[in-house]
Write a new protein. Sequence first.
Length: 424
Amino acid sequence: MPNTTLARAAVAAVAALTLGACGSPPEEAPSPDGRSQPGSDLAAEAGSTEVEGPEPRLLVSDADSGRVDLLDLATAETVHSFEFDNPVRLTTVKDRYAFAVDSAGGAVHVVDAGSWTLDHGDHTHSYTKTPVELGALEGSKPAQVTEGDDKVATFFDGDGVARVIDFAALRKDSIDVGAVVRADAPHHGVALPIADGFVVSRSSPGGTDSRPGAFEIHTADGQVQQSVDAACPRLHGTAVSDSYALGACDDGLLLATIVGGAWTSDKIPYPAGIGAATRPTTFRGHGGLPVHVAAAGPAATNDGVLVFDSRTRAWTHIRTPDRAMDVALSGDGRSVFAVLTDGTFRVYDAQSGVETASSRVLAGPYDWTDESATPPVIVVGGTRAYVSDPASKTVAEVDFRDAARVARTLDIGIAASTLGVVGL
């Protein structure tokens, strides 16, 4: 067994580095039912306990069942397991919650992972409580879960409807829907919460494709305010910040920006050599950072990694030595990570695209031609990256600041399809 005290001290040090760059979330209401450490200036919420420092947890969803495990990253022990009816895909929200999308069953299970940290600028407060499912959102073909503007929106493709929950409701253990945003028709769409409203996808003209073909702006109560001028054929891949939204289209990147309440839109070309088969389909990043990363196309046609800087509107095309299966970005935006089909984890400088470190994280090469195989994924927590190896049912913990050293290999006992980190 690991030395838990030393492990938690190391985890707390990593968390402190991460929290220094974070904004200050709203304080949670004090409750006489919560327990705080002596000397604390903030009472814990009902059912929770204030702890000495962050206690991050790793969420792991099983590709072959409805099981979701929650691991204590200090001890590598399972804190809690959830059992759902079908395999689910996880989206972590507010570094505390997980939205588990069960597209086969038509539900999105909302989980409080039971570990979180509040940053008050000159000090922080960390809490734990028993993990619990808060409830489920029901609808036809749930798909995209998007966090932004102190809200989280879940778009149901089969209904053409997004159900929106405010963070204030989540903090009260409620999944009450605060707004319902209706697209023009059912499609494989998305609703992006931004600027007290939503950027919402529109179905393709004539319903010729399940993917959207354009965007429109909706008000806070879900009403259509205006259309975004530029078209976006076969939209797939989005990102949102406080002042702009991104959409990856077959013919370029759509950038919709709001300044002083007015929306403008531009279409930004992809780098030379990037077309419909190698363009981004999923963006990764961190709130407050202008940098977004994506794999340059799916495994069958992949051409490395793409980095987009929203400040300069410039791309960096990183050509990797093998196909990039998944990508991620460090919390400071300086490093890009990729797991390749050759079984390696690679670190690249986000500006220059130069490789700075690598290590082996998979037991063997990944066979991208095997359609039944579960691909590896990456998630970042503090100064560590976590890479799944579904074939060996393990997760590699990589210290990417130390030459991509594999610090631990966690034997999780399931084939992980998605990962998430909470508690930092």
